[in-house]
Ligand binder design. Structure first.
Ligand code: GLU
Length: 294
């Protein structure tokens, strides 16, 4: 068993991160496996070296250890680019110049006042640039332009049209927000409707969370992904990409979210719940385990 904790160094780790990291660590150790740490720093505009240092410090303080070297996503950009080239050359990706505002306008246009549909990656893309296929003749995808997955093309490759049941699935050992557990299934048609053409590479990043996480989980041979339920729906995107790219699908273990006293989920900006704050107030790692219920 290989598990991982994959924080982004964009703020302090809080109790929710501690919960994920401890659970992934304990699970690996119980099975004689390995716990890995990965730094998800593709968003260079928000990532800071001091947050990365603080992550190492907080996790060591919690009693966790992991093998070196730690994989940092910012060092993997050429690998992501290679896969994007492949997706581009196989016509699974298209260039998208829509701003958020363009998307909002296009989504609202057919029926004035209609509620836009949201998927695991935000507003479901209305398809504006899909048929335009800008830069289509180019051998490489354009840089400094967002790339989106053509989900209709992607599912046809992953699951041939002749297949009786065009079904994707993954194994969940924790639970989704609605109690989903065991074999979780969704159809290719649901994916088109509920997920749509997600962003594969952001204009300013040259990749996206979804592409990077899927490639890195495979590159690191992760067998069990432990993370919060807020990423449960995103797992469907990950399964689609794994099928398309010929990568294995790990087992997923989504856990409940640690909430603040008002029931709101913790965010990086909630410094009151930062581990460093608990440390400064004299809490011990055992206190943290007790607070998160481990
Ligand atoms: N980097 C993501 C985060 O900090 C976690 C990704 C994952 O566990 O799949 O929220």
């Amino acid at each position: 068993m290989i598990t991982r904790f994959a924080p982004s160094p964009t703020g302090p780790l809080h109790l929710g991160h501690a919960y994920s990291a401890l659970m992934a660590h304990d699970m690996a150790l119980e099975h004689g496996g390995t716990f890995l740490l990965r730094i998800e720093d593709i968003d260079q505009s928000r990532s800071r070296p001091e947050w990365e240092t603080q992550i190492y410090d907080d996790l060591r303080w919690l009693g966790l250890s992991w093998p070196d070297p730690v994989l940092r996503q910012s060092e993997r950009l050429p690998a992501y680019r290679e896969k994007l080239d492949w997706l581009w050359n196989n016509d699974h990706a298209f260039a998208c110049s829509c701003s958020r505002r363009d998307i909002e306008a296009a989504v609202a246009a057919p029926q004035e006042g209609a509620q836009p549909e949201f998927g695991p990656d935000g507003l479901i893309y209305p398809g504006t640039c899909r048929d335009v296929r800008a830069f289509a003749g180019c051998e490489c995808p354009p840089e400094n332009t967002a790339l989106r997955l053509d989900i209709r093309a992607a599912i046809d490759v992953a699951i041939p049209r002749v297949a009786e049941d065009r079904i994707y699935s993954f194994h969940e050992t924790g639970s989704g927000p609605n109690g989903e557990t065991g074999r979780v299934e969704f159809t290719a048609e649901d994916a088109v409707k509920d997920i749509g053409d997600i962003v594969l590479a952001r204009k300013d990043m040259g990749t996206s969370y979804h592409l990077s996480v899927v490639m890195d989980d495979a590159a690191q041979n992760i067998t069990h992904v432990v993370r919060g339920q807020d990423l449960f729906e995103a797992t469907k995107i990950h399964v689609i990409l794994q099928r398309l790219l010929g990568l294995p699908t790990p087992t997923y273990h989504h856990h409940g979210l640690i909430r603040d006293d008002a029931g709101k989920r913790l965010a990086k900006r909630d410094d009151a719940r930062a581990l460093s704050k608990f440390r400064a107030d004299g809490a011990s790692p055992a206190d943290i385990r007790a607070i998160v219920g481990l």
